[in-house]
Design a protein around this ligand. Structure first.
Ligand code: PEP
Ligand code: MN
Length: 348
């Protein structure tokens, strides 16, 4: 069975000193699976006053490092957020730049960055915007493609949600899966560090990403995570990162054997999905009849007591069936919202 090796980008959240940079490169170079070093040199901070990166000085250290024979092949990636950053990243010869989540959310700035990169052969890695809007992510990627950048990648770093997902940024895997479907030629790498916000879930998130067919991983690794100036809770020590990399199982995400049992089971899934869709259609047509009755009786479309009862009752049944309550709640909230929308439409 042939499976693709993931493209691994690893390194500190931020370059903090020359010593720290040389130390992390030395450790990561010993891991043959690391293809590129990530180094934040301009740090977007939510509030002013924190460590904002060392800028050009850090880029000079990268050049100095690469001038040493043993580090000649090292490739670097850094974040850029303004056209001036691009001028410097190109001047110091970094191999890749990434666009941070908050920059991707701003099409004006993305356009300026894309224009500043026109004609360059650098790789551009576009993080998703904080909101789970696949079109915003695609739009940013398109702006770089339109300027002739041929090596454009996507980075999935999770999404800000008002609900607590247990992570710093909720993974919402369906969003990168949709990006893959819409832009199959764009490689996607996963950034478990910024999804998790802490060290414990990193292994599981990395394995999930590979099982979903991601092309690589970007991980924050620091020689002394506990004293890191940024993101200290999520950075891994190189020894722990080595253990994580060695624990990952590479599986094929393409059908390698069309096994008879698999074919039959998929047939069952197709039939069940068919039934689900017919039932949804039937449910909505009953809902439209209800809208008529409500209109005749001068009742508002949304009836909070009835909705409360429906949800409680469905969740009770879900629990008896051993279904996850968050999953069922989300589905019924969507079904109910569609029902309310259809009823409102029908009485217009
Ligand atoms: C980072 O990669 O260090 C970073 C700031 O990430 P994001 O843009 O995903 O928040
Ligand atoms: Mn970080």
């Amino acid at each position: 069975m042939k499976v693709k090796e993931p493209f691994v980008v690893a390194g500190p959240c931020s370059v903090e000193s020359r010593e720290q940079l040389f130390s992390i490169v030395e450790s990561l170079q010993q891991l043959s699976k690391v293809s590129m070093i990530r180094c934040g040199v301009w740090k977007p901070r939510t509030r002013p006053g924190g460590f904002e990166g060392l800028g050009e000085e850090a880029l000079q250290w990268m050049c100095e490092l690469k001038s040493e024979e043993r580090y000649k092949g090292v490739r670097f990636a850094c974040e850029v957020a303004r056209p001036e950053h691009i001028v410097l990243a190109l001047k110091y010869g970094v191999q890749a730049v990434w666009i941070g989540a908050r920059t991707t959310a701003n099409p004006f700035m993305v356009q300026e960055l894309a224009e500043a990169l026109r004609g360059s052969e650098i790789s551009v890695m576009v993080k998703n915007a904080p909101s789970p809007d696949v079109k915003l992510w695609m739009g940013a990627i398109e702006r770089f493609l339109n300027e002739g950048i041929t090596n454009v990648w996507a980075i999935h770093r999770g999404f800000d949600l008002y609900k607590n997902s247990g992570y710093r940024n909720a993974p919402l895997w369906e969003v990168p899966i949709e990006l893959r479907r819409a832009m199959p030629e764009i490689p996607i790498i996963c950034d478990p560090s910024h999804i998790a916000g802490r060290r414990e879930p990193l292994q599981q998130l990395s394995q999930t990403a590979l099982d979903l067919g991601f092309d690589g991983l970007m991980m924050e690794v620091h020689p002394q995570p506990s004293v890191a100036l940024t993101d200290s809770y999520q950075q891994l020590h190189p020894d722990d990162f080595k253990l994580l990399l060695n624990s990952l199982v590479l599986r094929s995400t393409e059908d390698i054997v069309i096994d008879e049992e698999l074919r039959l089971l998929r047939g069952q899934i197709d039939q069940i999905d068919d039934q689900l869709l017919h039932l949804l259609e039937e449910r909505l047509s009953v809902s439209v009849k209800i809208a008529d009755v409500k209109e005749r009786s001068n009742m508002a479309v949304f009836q909070p007591k009835r909705w409360d009862w429906v949800l409680t009752q469905r969740l009770e049944l879900a629990s008896q069936l051993g279904l996850d309550s968050d999953f069922v709640k989300e589905i019924f909230e969507k079904i109910h919202a569609e029902s309310v929308r259809t009823q409102q439409e029908s009485i217009k």
